[in-house]
Design a protein around this ligand. Structure first.
Ligand code: GLC
Ligand code: CA
Length: 519
């Protein structure tokens, strides 16, 4: 199999509001990201060494959903900078061999987007059909029983008194859904993609990519025994795949392996793999199962094995432990497990997505009541990046938009940089090891027999073989991944790096993860 940058590389998600503020307004911006690119990859093993960044939205937006409510797809919000700042960011990233993908939010716009303002202005407006409008049901009330994904938003419908109809929104009322049955909408989003592809972006992370298409007759979701009201009529419909094939054509019309990764909100892996199509849809579909597993070896092993078994042969897996919508991995599993989690994420067969701050073990930050901003409780995992021990952790000279972690003076990049035992050092060792190892970047995957509480596997390519063993438990465990002499390439216990081991049997400490290779 020919492999390409988005298969072999490590992605890093930046939430622009929280990465680095450059002008003291307390909110991160593009200029700030540029200033911190050397942290991500300066070409040496002192930097993290990631190969690509995914930027959450920085477009013009009233920020009802912090940028996922886009009012202009082809402009940068003044809070974040300008389009020319963006161009500079791409140049500076590319100079460091960092690819750049941007968030494409095709499912909905802001209610302030000119398309929606036109659409709501009159039932006769040419853009009326760009959104989904429907009459109240007989006797009044929303047209059907669809609910917003945000529990607190309630019904997925809001009445617009001006024209007497309801409009559909699967998130906030400030985020009206585009009507993807409409060809002009499809064309308009193609244009948005081309705008950014022309500015040399390497691809997209596609927001809510499995939504988009809804039952045209707007029928109610039926109630199923034991399952409540699953979104059978407004989610993951077959017709959405046609849109993904269309996007793939746009991507393929550009040189240089442009790609997209879909946020596919579909739990069932059998349905998730359908989003790879016949290698003619988006190149990657996010597998979110790691975000939902308890810290148990057999649970992670099962996700990996099922994913490996179900993926079509041309399709490439991916893994992620954290993002801007979920509690951070270090909070979910506990600090002492962050190391083994990193070893797993960065050594499985598949593209790893690292969330900003994960490399230093950032945790969810409790938000005082009067500072809560997000309707869906996601502020704790979006707090400012912790760079150093100074005021506001070097994130801003002003008042940060969200509070910093209480431990930011201790847990930060500067404090971990020269400490070989730090999590940041472990991330760097793992990422730089991948660069040297074809087995880790593109090798095959095979589960190895292991004692209970241990997840072990082999990666193999072109005569190179690497074993990984992860102790999920608190007891020492003996593993025997092979035979003969081996060497520790990386361990969560850095003192073990380079040690010789007997592959026929060696011990793993509590919470330890190791990568070993035959001598
Ligand atoms: C996606 C984003 C999330 C956003 C939602 C609506 O799930 O990841 O942050 O709120 O879409 O755009
Ligand atoms: Ca700023």
């Amino acid at each position: 199999m020919r492999s390409v940058w988005w298969q072999e590389g490590v992605f890093y998600q930046i939430y622009p509001r929280s990465f680095q503020d450059s002008n003291g307004d307390g909110i991160g911006d593009l200029e700030g990201i540029i200033a911190r690119l050397d942290h991500l990859n300066d070409g040496t093993a002192r930097s993290l060494g990631v190969d690509a960044i995914w930027l959450s939205p920085f477009y013009r937006s009233p920020m009802a959903d912090f940028g996922y409510d886009v009012a202009d797809y082809t402009d940068v919000d003044p809070i974040f900078g300008t389009v020319s700042d963006f161009d500079r960011l791409v140049v500076e990233a590319h100079r460091r061999n960092i690819r750049v993908i941007v968030d494409l939010v095709p499912g909905h716009t802001s209610n302030q987007h000119p398309w929606f303002l036109a659409s709501r202005s009159s039932r006769k407006d040419p853009k009326r059909d760009w959104y989904i409008w429907a009459d109240p049901r007989p006797g009044g009330g929303p047209p059907n029983n669809w609910r917003s994904i945000f529990r607190r938003a309630g019904a997925a419908w809001t009445l617009d008194a001006h024209t007497g109809q309801y409009y559909l929104h699967h998130f906030l009322p400030e985020q009206p859904d585009l009507n993807w049955w409409n060809d002009q909408v499809r064309g308009a989003i193609d244009d948005v993609m081309r705008f950014w592809l022309d500015r040399a972006v390497d691809g997209f992370r596609v927001d809510v990519a499995s939504g988009l298409i809804r039952d045209q007759q707007l029928r109610n979701n039926p109630r199923l025994r034991f399952r409540g009201w699953p979104r059978l009529r407004n989610w993951d419909l077959d017709e959405v795949h046609e849109i993904h094939r269309r996007w793939r054509k746009v991507l393929d019309s550009y040189p240089g392996e442009r790609m997209a990764v879909g946020e596919i909100g579909v739990r069932d892996l059998r349905r998730l793999v359908r989003y790879y199509g016949a290698d003619d849809e988006l190149q990657l579909s996010f597998n979110f199962h790691f975000l939902e597993q308890p810290w148990k070896a057999d649970r992670f092993q099962r996700v990996v094995e099922r994913w490996e078994a179900l993926l079509p042969s041309a399709a490439w897996p991916d893994y992620t432990l954290s993002n801007h919508d979920r509690s951070r991995a270090t909070t979910r599993y506990g600090e002492e497990r962050a190391g083994a989690a990193a070893v797993m994420l960065l050594t499985l067969r598949g593209t790893p997505f690292v969330y900003y701050g994960e490399e230093i073990g950032m945790v969810d930050v409790p938000i005082p009541r009067d500072r809560i901003l997000d309707i869906d409780g996601r502020d704790p995992e979006r707090t400012p990046m912790q760079w150093d021990g100074s005021v506001n952790a070097g994130f801003t000279t002003g008042a940060p938009w969200l509070p910093l972690a209480a431990d930011a003076t201790k847990r930060n990049v500067a404090a971990q940089r020269d400490d070989p035992a730090s999590l940041f050092s472990l991330y760097r060792r793992l990422i730089w090891l991948r660069k040297e190892s074809a087995a880790l970047r593109r090798g095959s995957y095979r589960t190895l027999p292991a004692p209970s509480g241990v997840f072990a596997y082999a990666r193999e390519a072109e005569g190179e073989r690497v074993f990984v063993a992860l102790n999920f438990g608190k007891a020492r465990r003996r593993v025997s991944p092979g035979s003969g002499e081996g060497r520790v390439l990386v361990s969560t216990d850095h003192a073990r790096d380079g040690d010789g081991v007997d592959l026929g049997g060696f011990a793993l400490a509590a919470d330890e993860g190791v990568v070993v290779a035959p001598r």
